[in-house]
Design a protein around this ligand. Structure first.
Ligand SMILES: Cc1cc2nc3c(=O)[nH]c(=O)nc-3n(C[C@H](O)[C@H](O)[C@H](O)COP(=O)(O)OP(=O)(O)OC[C@H]3O[C@@H](n4cnc5c(N)ncnc54)[C@H](O)[C@@H]3O)c2cc1C
Length: 330
């Protein structure tokens, strides 16, 4: 069985599917005495095991989605979901129950537990916009800790769980702040354009999530058809002076302001450098979106690394911009 969306077979010293908190605590206790490297696996949609993993893999499969409270001041709903829930199923469950706010994040592959770790985002919304708090388990002490939204220190595809506390906590459940009324979030122009083209004037939450799903799969490879880890690189953030210089040289450069800096579209840089549709061995650059590396069939971990390194070096030499991987390569 392959547990990652890139579809590269890999092995580990030990693998445990965990659906129960006591089982997790027992495993962590055993782990403390031997202390091999530990990797927490969700849906495997942002990780590539490039070779044998010399350590323990804990695959979270706990389930449950519950309305746990209302905010009397503004009527917001607090909904708690287990880390092992599939993210899209969670979004759909919320829509079915008239709990709104997650519609633009429909169809992102992976689990609820990874959403705060990665601060997943799409079409103008990020997980941080709807996360109220995160219930996590300390891998060292086995104690539970609740992180408020602020304490998660969310950033672009980033959180405290990837930085200061990397590897220390396992997200066990996430509480979301959702709304009883649906208001479409059309800040992302591509989505607003797609809505206009669809002819829907007053979309329901379900229609909006369906539209998001259609827009998404028009550009990205469906995991069940083509192996990938989604966006392979992060969009690089550069100082305004560097952006202005590049813009002068490349008037078509796609970028968005990010505070005092600019976030460049990594896909545009990669496409401009001529990589779109190219391949090295069995690993390719997706023909519809240059930010995505794909498994062309029988791809190996070292082929992914070789292609990613070749692209990174080329972008550095052509544009003076350093690409950082969004996907995790082990
Ligand atoms: C086709 C495709 C499209 C994608 N589109 C988007 C997109 O639009 N926006 C976006 O943000 N991402 C996107 N992604 C990336 C991916 O969906 C997200 O990063 C997602 O959150 C990964 O979830 P996962 O459960 O698969 O995590 P995994 O890949 O299993 O793990 C990712 C990281 O999170 C950690 N982790 C996972 N679960 C837990 C837990 N419970 N506790 C602690 N750490 C944990 C892992 O250790 C690892 O470091 C896409 C991926 C694919 C394949």
């Amino acid at each position: 069985m392959i547990y990652t969306t890139f579809g590269i077979p890999a092995t580990a010293d030990s693998y445990h599917a965990v659906a129960d908190r006591d089982q997790l605590l027992t495993l962590l206790q055993q782990h403390r005495t031997t202390a091999p490297p530990l990797f927490i696996l969700g849906g495997g949609s942002n990780v590539i095991f490039s070779s044998h993993y010399h350590g323990t893999v804990i695959h979270l499969e706990n389930k449950g989605i519950h309305l746990i409270g209302h905010d009397p001041e503004n009527g917001d709903l607090l909904v708690q979901a287990a880390a092992g829930e599939n993210w899209d199923s969670f979004v759909r469950h919320c829509i079915d129950n008239h709990w709104h706010g997650a519609e633009n994040l429909a169809a992102i592959p992976g689990t609820v537990g990874a959403a705060p770790v990665q601060n997943v985002g799409a079409y103008g919304t990020e997980a941080k916009d709807i996360i109220h708090s995160v219930l996590a388990i300390d891998t060292v002490t086995g104690q539970e800790r609740t992180f408020t939204n602020d304490e998660c220190r969310f950033g672009y595809r980033d959180s405290i769980f990837k930085n200061q506390l990397k590897g220390r906590y396992i997200v066990w459940a996430v509480t979301f702040r959702l709304h009883p009324r649906f208001t479409p979030d059309l800040r992302y122009k591509g989505l607003a354009d797609a809505l206009e083209a669809s002819g829907l004037n007053n979309p329901t939450a379900r229609q909006m999530a369906d539209l998001v799903t259609t827009v998404r799969w028009n550009k990205l490879p469906r995991p069940e058809e083509t192996g990938s880890a989604g966006s392979f690189f992060k969009n690089p953030v550069v100082p305004a002076a560097q952006y202005l210089q590049l813009k002068q040289q490349y008037p078509g450069l796609v970028a968005h302001p990010a505070g005092d800096n600019y976030k460049l579209a990594a896909g545009w840089l990669i496409e401009q450098a001529g990589w779109k549709g190219r391949s090295l061995g069995h690993c390719g650059v997706y023909h519809k979106q240059a930010l995505v590396l794909v498994n062309l069939g029988g791809c190996t971990g070292s082929e992914v690394v070789a292609l990613a390194d070749a692209i990174t070096a080329d972008i550095q030499s052509k544009f003076g911009v350093t690409l950082e991987k969004e996907a995790i390569i082990l």
